[in-house]
Structures are given as structure tokens and as C-alpha cells.
Write a protein that binds this ligand. Structure first.
Ligand code: FAS
Ligand code: PHB
Length: 392
């Protein structure tokens, strides 16, 4: 069974959904193929902080009403070390820029609802999705569903299928250069329906390890503690989590922590990863399919959005102006911003986490860097402009 669309998007995460929405708004037909169910995709708890560029794209496609109604605008972020809190005034240091605290799950839900309302098609539970002939002008994608094999002919394939997806793996390995750093620890995350300990996020450096106090709303909190790679989430009771969290943050914040039963608890590994280039003929890698950052800098979801910005502009020019210039420059434009976010995320991770091999000297160096940062307007500005998001 075969049909034709202009673009096949593999993956219904933030990258695939946002690209689909932007293309739809331009009258370009895109079909999304997603291997999981809608509910499974919505069940993943991930990012929580949106840069203004991401907010702007959601506004551009009219999928911003609930975000503006329920999201939290933050003009500052806190660094904690040596048992004290230090606020970084993001708005003051960046000429008024802020971040939007609004969960990735909600962004995904809003984009899915908008796509369904627009009558744009997503095939969920599409199995064995496989891109073909993307080194020609007539690429196509096959997948299996309901016991049948389907073929979708198209002009372009957007690989928005994340780090473990099929698209990057379908590229001849000799055509791909990869760069990777795997960190010697993970993040144990907990979601609970309790009020946050602080109005703004707290990134904490402590001799016991990193901790992060975040939130989804004034009634729902999201916390993380650095954990070892061989930690098992089953070995962490809620009580153990709450105790460890409060030991890693300053007393003035710890006493404001409201504990409660976890509604989600999971461990995520941390890595930095980039694949180059992001384009192979008519196949384009976008979002986590092309790169991964440690979540410390809150850049993962936001890099997916900036990739979408560049790829949408390229595909729009291709279909509406018959120009391939954007397709030719997509990889270089996207990677220029990706690498700056990779650097920031690596730097922030290196400064905030316990690296076992660095010992007490490493802890003192981190504290000295943090002490300098909070006392230097120049250093705080550098953190602030990266955290709110560098320009597209
Ligand atoms: P996604 O991985 O979100 O979406 C890819 C989609 O493709 C998925 O729905 C998948 O099911 C589908 N897919 C995969 N293979 C397929 C195939 N063969 N066929 C069809 N579909 C296929 N970022 C932050 O900024 N802050 C955080 O705190 C944070 N925490 C994270 C925690 C975890 C456990 C993970 C894995 C990531 C986290 N991230 C975080 C990063 C995350 O938010 C990503 O950057 C974001 O999901 C990127 O979106 P996509 O590129 O759409 O990839
Ligand atoms: C989150 O709220 O999940 C979150 C916030 C900021 C980060 C990472 C995760 O840097």
C-alpha cells in the first residue's frame, strides 16, 4: 500500500510535532510516523524550561495559549554552594530576557492536540519504520502496521526520532562523524504533587553531589539528585530521596521542602553527543536524533526547537521557492548553535557535579569558580545569556 506526501517526519516528540506544525501552517503536507502510542509518548517526564526562541515558535503556530495561561515566567535562577543561595538575575543581565517553566509533556500534548485539530495525520505504533533512497531525489519510507507494509513516497525525510531512533542509524557509518562524552553519573528524578521549595529553580553544588529543585506548577515539583550509574531507582525510597535532597541544598531551602509521595521516579544517564553532518541527501536529522546534551543547562528540548527553526526555513524555501540553498546550509547553521549549547551544558555540568576522581581539590576548584561567578557581573552575564538561550 503506498501514498505520497511532501515530508515524512519520523518521531512524534517535540521536534517532530513542532516541525509538523510549522510545515502545516505553510501548507506543506507532512506525515508523522511514531513507533509508540500517543499515551506512551505523553507518559515520558522530561524537560521543564523553555527558551524564548522555543516560546516564540509555539506562538508562531498558535500553540501557546495554555503555556501562557499555566506556564511560569522566571526572571532568575539560583546557584547554591557552600550552603548558601545566590540568585542570578537573568532579566537584569540579559536586557529583560526570561525563561518559561512549562513541562515538555505539556508542550507535547498541546502540539498533539493542535495537530489533530488541524486534521494533520500522525500514525502511532508504526513498526519497523525505515527510510530509503534518501541519497536520491525520490526518497521513501516504509513501515508496518496492522500486519501490512506501507510505503510513503516523499521529497524529504525529517529524522526526529531521538537518540535511539532509526534515522541516524540508517546513514552509512562512513558518512557520519560522532563526538561523545559519557558522564560518570546519572540523575535520579522525582515528580510529586507538592509546592516547590523555591519560586525559582535551584542548581546546587554540594560535596555529596548535585541537586536540582524545579517545578511544573505552584502545586507540582520536580527534583533531581545526582546518582551513580549503577544506582537502581527501586533502591531509592521516597524518604531516602527527600533526605538526600535536603542534605544537598542550603538549610534555608531545605526547610521549605514539602515532601509527599512520588508520582514518577526515574534515572536518566548523562551524555554529550553530536553527529555531523545533520544532512544526508534528502534525510535531515533534527533534535535528539542528531545531538544530546546533559540536562543541566536545560538545552535538550530547546536545541530540538532551534533545529526545527532552521529545517523549517530550509524546507519552506525548497517547496515554496524551489530553492535548495536552505537544505544545503541546514546542517552548518544548526550545528553552529548546537555546539555552543553543548559547550554550555558541558561547562555547567562540570561545575555543578561531583566527579569522583577529582576529590577534595576538585570540589574546591568548583567552589572557587562559583564564588567568582556570583561576584563577577561579566561571568554571571555569560551564564545568563546562555541559560535564556543564544539567538537563532
Ligand atoms: P524525543 O526523543 O523526545 O522524541 C523522539 C520520538 O521518536 C519519540 O517519541 C520516539 O518514540 C520516536 N521514535 C524513536 N525511534 C523511532 C522509530 N524507529 N520509528 C518511529 N518513531 C521513533 N532536556 C531538557 O532540556 N531538560 C531535561 O530535564 C531533560 N530530561 C531528559 C530526561 C530523559 C530521560 C531524556 C531521554 C531526555 C531528557 N531531556 C531533557 C532531553 C529531551 O527533553 C530531549 O531533548 C527532547 O525530548 C528532544 O526531543 P526530540 O528530538 O523530539 O526527541
Ligand atoms: C526540569 O524541570 O525537569 C528541569 C529543569 C531544568 C533543567 C533540567 C530539568 O536544567
Amino acid at each position: 500500500m503506498s501514498r505520497r506526501v511532501q515530508v515524512v517526519i519520523v518521531g512524534s516528540g517535540p521536534a517532530g510535532l513542532l516541525l509538523g506544525q510549522r510545515l502545516h501552517a505553510a501548507g506543506i503536507e507532512a506525515l508523522i510516523l511514531e513507533r509508540r502510542s500517543r499515551d506512551y509518548v505523553l507518559g515520558r517526564i522530561r524537560a521543564g524550561v523553555l527558551e524564548q526562541g522555543t516560546v516564540g515558535q509555539l506562538e508562531a503556530v498558535g500553540v501557546d495559549a495554555r503555556m501562557h495561561a499555566e506556564g511560569l515566567v522566571h526572571g532568575g535562577v539560583n546557584l547554591a554552594f557552600q550552603r548558601r543561595l545566590h540568585r542570578i538575575d537573568l532579566a537584569d543581565l540579559t536586557g529583560g530576557k526570561t525563561v518559561m517553566v512549562y513541562g515538555q509533556t505539556e508542550v507535547t500534548r498541546d502540539l498533539m492536540d493542535a495537530r489533530a485539530a488541524a486534521g494533520a495525520e500522525t500514525v502511532y505504533e508504526a513498526q519497523e519504520v525505515q527510510p530509503h533512497a534518501f541519497d536520491t531525489a525520490r526518497p521513501y519510507v516504509t513501515y508496518k502496521k496492522d500486519g501490512r507494509t506501507h510505503r510513503i513516497d516523499c521529497d524529504a525525510i525529517a529524522g526526529c526520532d531521538g537518540y535511539h531512533g532509526v534515522c541516524r542509524k540508517s546513514v552509512p557509518q562512513k558518512a557520519l562523524r560522532t563526538y561523545e562524552r559519557v558522564y560518570p553519573f546519572g540523575w535520579l528524578g522525582l515528580l510529586a504533587d507538592v509546592p516547590p521549595a523555591s519560586e525559582e529553580l535551584i542548581y546546587a553544588n554540594s560535596a555529596r553531589g548535585f541537586a536540582l529543585c524545579s517545578m511544573r506548577s505552584p502545586r507540582r515539583s520536580r527534583y533531581y539528585v545526582q546518582c551513580s550509574l549503577d544506582d537502581k531507582v527501586e533502591a531509592w525510597s521516597d524518604a531516602a530521596f527527600w533526605d538526600e535532597l535536603r542534605r544537598r541544598i542550603p538549610p534555608e531551602a531545605a526547610e521549605r521542602v514539602t515532601t509527599g509521595p512520588s508520582i514518577e521516579k526515574s534515572i536518566a544517564p548523562l551524555r554529550s553527543f553530536v553527529a555531523e553532518p545533520l544532512r544526508f541527501g534528502r534525510l535531515f536529522l533534527c533534535g535528539d536524533a542528531g545531538h544530546i546534551v546533559p540536562p543541566t543547562g536545560a538545552k535538550g528540548l530547546n536545541l530540538a526547537a532551534s533545529d526545527v527553526h532552521y529545517l523549517y526555513e530550509a524546507l519552506r524555501a525548497f517547496f515554496l521557492e524551489r530553492s535548495e540553498a536552505g537544505l544545503d546550509s541546514y546542517s552548518e547553521r544548526a550545528l553552529k548553535r548546537v555546539w555552543k549549547a553543548e559547550r554550555f551544558s558541558w561547562w555547567f555540568t562540570s561545575m555543578m557535579h561531583r566527579f569522583p576522581e577529582d576529590g577534595p581539590f576538585g570540589q574546591k576548584i568548583q567552589e572557587a569558580e562559583l564564588d567568582y561567578l556570583v561576584e563577577s557581573r561579566a561571568a554571571s552575564t555569560a551564564l545568563a545569556e546562555n541559560y535564556v538561550g543564544l539567538p537563532y
